[in-house]
Design a protein around this ligand. Structure first.
Ligand code: SF4
Length: 64
């Protein structure tokens, strides 16, 4: 699968987090991939590991 198709699949699964400035992709030892929301470190309204896909979020900021 090409990179761009893979990226499209990832965005569909993660929703807004996929291209959010505050998201960090974390890979577990078992190979599963999840999103860590870095806003959660400073703002308790945001879960550390949001349930994906996130479809609406007040903290969302598109990556430049
Ligand atoms: S701010 Fe919202 S959209 Fe951005 S990473 Fe956190 S939960 Fe996802």
């Amino acid at each position: 699968m090409s990179d761009s198709r893979q990226q499209t699949r990832n965005s569909l699964r993660a929703g807004l987090c996929a291209d959010c400035l505050h998201s960090r992709r974390v890979e577990s030892a078992h190979g599963s991939v999840f999103i860590l929301c870095e806003l959660s470190l400073t703002d308790p309204r945001f879960p550390k590991y949001p349930r994906l896909p996130v479809l609406s979020c007040d903290g969302y900021k598109k990556k430049p």
